[in-house]
Design a protein around this ligand. Sequence first.
Ligand SMILES: Cc1cc2nc3c(=O)[nH]c(=O)nc-3n(C[C@H](O)[C@H](O)[C@H](O)COP(=O)(O)O)c2cc1C
Length: 347
Amino acid sequence: MNGWTTPGPTAALDERMQALEDAADAAMLAPSVHGSQPWTLVLHRDRIELRADRSRQLRSLDAPGRELTLSLGAALLNIRVALAARGWAVDVARFPEPADPDRAAVVRPGPGAPETGLPQLAGAVEERRTNRRGFLDEEVPDELLAHLGAVAAAEDAVLVPVLSDEHRRLVARLTREADALQADDPTCIADRARWRATHSAPGNRTSEPDRFTVDSESGQDRTFVVLATRADDPLAWLRAGEALERVLLTVHRLGWRASPMSQVIEVPTTRAALRSALSWEDHPQVLVRLGYAAGAIAPRRLRHDVVRNSLRPPGAAVRDGGRSLARTPGGAGPRPVSDGRGGTTWT
Ligand SMILES: Cc1cc2nc3c(=O)[nH]c(=O)nc-3n(C[C@H](O)[C@H](O)[C@H](O)COP(=O)(O)O)c2cc1C
């Protein structure tokens, strides 16, 4: 039983329902590990539920579901941004039912002041994407890093800039090590192959993931930050995902670009080495490369596959700065092209 009564035409939707429908659209635009979009969004008259879609979990690369939960956190942040942009205060319950751990969050819009700092990120929700091109040789200013530190702290996460040459070399070495270990691990190879097959299902096109490796020994032109959390449990992972997306949206809004990089954190030994060198008592959750570059579009799953109880007509597109990302099967959409480094980008 859901909260809706008889479905009516789009025009009849009241303001709260419109806001919840927009929140679902915003959630669908969140970044996710391997572009897996491991979520289902359930709309009710007074709330939106964000649920894990375990069929989209990377079984060996992400057996505990840490990165799945980070991705859900990113979607949750987008929901909060969309509702704040429409002027709603929100009540957010994270993992409200221990007996139902896939129910990651329930968000209820209500009267009151919208969350500060979020409405201005709404434009970036539609425009942000993972940078899949080279970063230009432009240094990220210290003021931006300090600002991003405050942004992450607002979501209970710690942002640790990788500043010294020594630490940059360490990040480069650990990332290469993690890459090599994963490349030799048959379960990781099988996981990726299975995931690629899922990607290529008709009507279910998503970004073919590529993964940056850190190829610079000097690292002078590269800025990395590590997002870390005090705890290392599902709630901390969800909060880390919210922090990640808030940082990514802020970066985009300020004209910079970013690429999350997670190999080094997926492999326990390299994660432990990163932790002891950089974040100490805090647990690294994701490494992010920052810089200046142009972006490309990664397509999204079809809206009617993801959003339950919607009153919007099938085929309604998730907005993307005027471009449709959620398209009907066979429709003309962004096309994958080689990025020249063994991965794929979208044009
Ligand atoms: C938790 C998490 C980990 C990610 N890890 C990587 C990574 O290691 N390498 C990479 O190239 N992209 C990574 N990404 C970015 C996703 O591949 C990207 O969000 C997805 O393909 C959708 O594209 P978009 O961000 O351009 O919308 C990660 C994203 C998340 C949320």
